[in-house]
Design a protein around this ligand. Structure first.
Ligand SMILES: [Zn+2]
Length: 135
């Protein structure tokens, strides 16, 4: 039995980070759907959760490893972008009393300067663009 399972999984993609994400999303949808009073809304959540589960299973048993790993890579890139954005916002909120944040008008990178220094000339360390702001 065990050998048969191993032979069945040979050449198949298996589980990756995107799989865990899809699993958690479907669980969250099931959880939310279970609280819905309206039968139609409940069925809607359950159907989406089911569809995501089916997609996750198809990915596990897929033989096209290249495409599945590309999907996983896209997911990881997007996840890192979102988590980077959220971390920056949290940092900006924590330091709001001691620092001010400006966007470089040229390369759009976020710059952090100490608060209460009056009008200062800020030079972007990335592109060397220089601009004046009140702190
Ligand atoms: Zn810049």
């Amino acid at each position: 039995m065990r050998n048969r399972l191993i032979r069945f999984m040979e050449g198949r993609y298996g589980v990756d980070k995107l799989h865990y994400f899809l699993f958690i999303v479907s669980l969250v949808l099931l959880f939310i759907g279970s609280f819905a009073v309206n039968t139609f809304i409940k069925a809607f959540f359950l159907l989406i959760a089911l569809a995501i589960t089916v997609i996750a299973l198809l990915r596990i048993f897929s033989r096209n490893k290249y495409k599945r790993s590309l999907e996983n890579l896209m997911y990881i890139k997007l996840r890192d972008k979102v988590s980077g954005f959220v971390k920056t916002r949290i940092k900006m909120f924590r330091e709001r009393k001691t620092h001010r944040f400006f966007k470089c008008p040229n390369c759009k990178v976020t710059l952090r300067v100490p608060k209460g220094k009056g009008s200062i000339r800020i030079t972007c360390p990335k592109c060397r663009e220089s601009f004046t702001e009140k702190t």
